[in-house]
Design a protein around this ligand. Structure first.
Ligand code: CA
Length: 424
C-alpha cells in the first residue's frame, strides 16, 4: 500500500532536526491547549504544533469529510469516527500543506503565524476519550520471567499462554496523560505470609513498559473482527506506562486477576502515531509454536520495529536509562489481540484503548518492569547519584520513549513522563 504522506523523500518547509521524533512523515494527532486557545486537535512537525481548528477555519481542510466540531473538541474521538479513510486523507492533506515546494499555506504568513505554535507553548491533554481499556499480557519473555519468579522456572508459562492472547479488562477512568503526577497508592498487602494482611502505602510501585493502540468504531455486538480486517479498525499507537503496585497485586490477584494494584493510574504519551505512519517499519512477529488456532492465524508482517527505552530521574538527579526494549518482541500481534478480543462477539468502540502488556526482550537490560530488571529486588539498579532502586521511590520521574527508524526516516512517539508523589 502506498500512502503519499509516508514518502521518505518529502521534506517540510518547517525546520526539523535530524533526530526529531516528528518529521513530516509522522504527522501524529493529539489534543492541546494554550493560555489563549481552548482544547483542540493538533498535529506536529519538528518543534511546532499545527492547530487543526485554525487550519479548518482558514479553509485548508476543504473537501475532506470533517466539520468544525471534529477539531474544536477535547478528544480525537470525533475525528476517529470518520474511520481509516477519513484520517488517512486528513494526514495526506496535512502532508501536502507542510511539504517543501507546496506554498498554499506557507505563502500566507499571517495564516502560518496562526496555525503553527511552538511546542513548548502548548499543554498536551489526554488525546482520547477512552471508552474501555483492555490490557494484554503478550510478551513471552515477560510472562516467562514473572512465571519463573513466582511459580516454577520449569513451567513458567501457564498452559493457556501459547494458545490465547491473555488479557483482562482494565479501568479507563484512571488513564492519564504524560506530565500528570501519580500518588503512591494505599492498599492492602501481606508482607509476611504467616501473618494477617496490613494496610498502608504500597512498598513496591513499579512501571510497566507498554505500548497501546486506539480503535476506530468496530463491528456491532455479536460480530467478530478477523486478523485480516483488524488493521482497518486500529487508528494508531502511543507509549503506555501501566503503573503497578506489586505487593498489592501479589495479595489481591487470586482468583479474579488484577484490580487495585493496576487501576490507580496508567499514563499515555500525548501523540497518537497513526498505524499508517508506522507502515514502513513492519516486521515479522516471532514464530509461533504451537501453531495457533485458525482464527488467530494471519498473513504478512504484522509486528513493528519500534525501539523503546525507560529512564528514571530521581529528584534533582540526571536521568538513568535502565531498559532498552523493542515492540517487535511481542509474541502476540495487535491483529491477533483484536481478533481474539472480538471472537466471542464482544464489540469494540471508537476510542477503546488496548495495552500490549509489559514488553520485555530476551536480555536482562531489555526487561520492561522494575520487578524483572531488579529481579524481585535481588539486583538493585544504580542511579546517577549512586543510590539504588528495587522499585520506584517517591519523587522519582519515570520516562518512556520510543521511535522507529529505517535509516531514512525516524518516526517517534515523544515521551510519557510521570512523577511518583508520596502517598496521600
Ligand atoms: Ca499491564
Amino acid at each position: 500500500m502506498s500512502i503519499a504522506a509516508n514518502n521518505p523523500a518529502l521534506t517540510s518547509w518547517i525546520e526539523v532536526q535530524p533526530n526529531s521524533d516528528f518529521p513530516i512523515q509522522n504527522l501524529p494527532f493529539g489534543i492541546f491547549k494554550t493560555a489563549q486557545l481552548t482544547p483542540r486537535v493538533g498535529s506536529r512537525v519538528g518543534d511546532f504544533v499545527i492547530d487543526l481548528k485554525s487550519l479548518f477555519v482558514l479553509g485548508y481542510l476543504e473537501n475532506l469529510p470533517f466539520e468544525m466540531g471534529d477539531f474544536d473538541t477535547s478528544s480525537l474521538n470525533n475525528l476517529m469516527k470518520k474511520g481509516k479513510k477519513g484520517t488517512r486523507d486528513l494526514r495526506n492533506r496535512l502532508s501536502k500543506l507542510m511539504e517543501s515546494g507546496h506554498d498554499d499555506l506557507q505563502k500566507n504568513e499571517h495564516h502560518v503565524d496562526q496555525v503553527l505554535i511552538a511546542a513548548d507553548q502548548v499543554e498536551m491533554l489526554l488525546p482520547v476519550e477512552i471508552g474501555d481499556y483492555t490490557d494484554f499480557y503478550s510478551s513471552r519473555e515477560h510472562a516467562t520471567n514473572v512465571g519463573t519468579m513466582f511459580r516454577d522456572p520449569n513451567n513458567a508459562l501457564l498452559p493457556n499462554w501459547l494458545w490465547i492472547p491473555v488479557g483482562y479488562h482494565g479501568r479507563a477512568s484512571s488513564v492519564i496523560v504524560s506530565g500528570v503526577d501519580v500518588h503512591r497508592p494505599m492498599g492492602q498487602t501481606r508482607p509476611n505470609p504467616n501473618e494477617n494482611p496490613v494496610f498502608g502505602p504500597s512498598q513496591r510501585v513499579d512501571f510497566e513498559l507498554e505500548m497501546a493502540f486506539v480503535t476506530y468504531d468496530g463491528k456491532p455486538l455479536g460480530d467478530r473482527i478477523s486478523t485480516g480486517e483488524a488493521e482497518d479498525y486500529i487508528f494508531g499507537m502511543c507509549l503506555f506506562n501501566d503503573w503497578s503496585a506489586r505487593d498489592i497485586q501479589t495479595w489481591e490477584y487470586v482468583p479474579l486477576g488484577p484490580f487495585l494494584a493496576k487501576n490507580f493510574a496508567s499514563s499515555v504519551s500525548p501523540w497518537i502515531v497513526t498505524l499508517d505512519a508506522l507502515e514502513p517499519y513492519r516486521v515479522d512477529g516471532p514464530a509461533q509454536d504451537p501453531k495457533v488456532l485458525s482464527y488467530l492465524e494471519y498473513e504478512g508482517q504484522k509486528s513493528y520495529d519500534i525501539q523503546l527505552e525507560v529512564a528514571i530521574e530521581p529528584e534533582g538527579v540526571e536521568e538513568a536509562t535502565i531498559c532498552r526494549s523493542n515492540f517487535k518482541y511481542m509474541y502476540w500481534t495487535m491483529v491477533q489481540q483484536l481478533a481474539h478480543h472480538t471472537v466471542n462477539g464482544c464489540n469494540v468502540r471508537c476510542g477503546d484503548l488496548m495495552g500490549s502488556g509489559t514488553i520485555s526482550g530476551p536480555t536482562p537490560d531489555s526487561y520492561g518492569s522494575m520487578l524483572e530488571l531488579a529481579w524481585k529486588g535481588e539486583k538493585p539498579l544504580k542511579m546517577k547519584d549512586g543510590s539504588e532502586r528495587k522499585f520506584i521511590k517517591d519523587n522519582d520521574t519515570v520516562i518512556m520513549r520510543g521511535f522507529a527508524t529505517n535509516g531514512e526516516v525516524r518516526i517517534g512517539f515523544g515521551e510519557v513522563r510521570s512523577k511518583l508523589l508520596p502517598a496521600k
